[in-house]
Design a protein around this ligand. Structure first.
Ligand code: SF4
Ligand code: FES
Length: 250
């Protein structure tokens, strides 16, 4: 009698291999095969390959539930979270590469942390308080819709998929990229932040900021948290143009 495992597919994984720390390592694709399991995610598949076939294979995972942002990789050419991807949604041959635009650690593992840390310090991603905190003062209420919009921006998990999908970010390292724009918008919207429109103009109104975007629009398509990144660009462009108009009036 045929069992479920008899009828399951044999998957072929073509995985990018390269260790930049090993002078003898050459970039190459390596092929592995694996019998598909019901509800198998790429997290499960890669762990099985590492446990059963190749203990040296490098890739990153932490939460396994689309929360930590560490498992972004190119899955058949598209930046996606591996822990959120079911093998049943893919053809039986699966090609995996590391996310471009980030420093390669090895194989499928990239250093998104340094990129996000540098971006955060460039845009000073913290609330610049209007006034010194007074623990005795009554808490100031925030408009519900505004609080929701800020919360929405804060849902970014720093996976880097939007950066990897961005043609501009892949060709110039100083571009703030969609994740950077989203971070700027989050603090620009925040009424507790005392930075003026002119201050923000310096941060985003350039080719490194909103005017560097050439409108390929892949970022919003690939964001696993479905953040409205195109709306973010629109919001920042309107604010930047408003600031330019104020400057001209002076
Ligand atoms: Fe990932 Fe979306 Fe944040 Fe970009 S905006 S880093 S795709 S969660
Ligand atoms: Fe955390 Fe995939 S393992 S987002």
């Amino acid at each position: 009698m045929a069992t479920e495992s008899d009828s399951s597919r044999e998957l072929t994984f073509e995985i990018f291999r390269f260790n930049p720390l090993d002078p003898g390592s050459e970039p190459r694709m390596q092929t592995y095969t694996l019998r598909e399991e019901p509800y198998m995610t790429l997290f499960r598949a890669l762990n099985r390959i590492r446990e059963e076939q190749d203990p040296g294979l490098q890739f990153d995972f932490a939460c396994r539930s689309a929360v930590c942002g560490s498992c972004g990789m190119m899955i058949n050419g598209r930046p996606t979270l591996a822990c959120k991807t079911l093998t049943s949604d893919l053809a039986s041959t699966i090609r995996l590469h590391p996310l471009p635009a980030f420093k390669l650690i090895g194989d499928l593992s990239v250093d998104t942390g340094t990129w996000f840390r540098e971006m955060g310090s460039r845009v000073e991603a913290w609330v610049h308080e209007r006034q010194a905190f007074d623990p005795e003062a009554i808490e100031e209420p925030m408009d519900d819709d505004l609080a929701v919009a800020i919360y929405e921006s804060d849902r970014c998990i720093e996976c880097g998929c939007c950066v990897a999908s961005c043609g501009v970010a892949n060709t110039r390292g100083d571009f703030l990229a969609p994740a950077g724009m989203n971070r700027v918008a989050r603090f620009m919207m925040d009424p507790r932040d005392g930075r003026s429109t002119g201050d923000w103009f310096e941060v985003v109104a350039s080719d490194e900021g909103v005017f560097g975007c050439i409108g390929l629009m892949a970022c919003q398509d690939v964001c696993p948290k479905e953040l409205p990144l195109l709306e973010v660009y629109g919001y920042l462009r309107r604010r930047a143009l408003g600031a330019a108009f104020v400057r001209k009036q002076r």
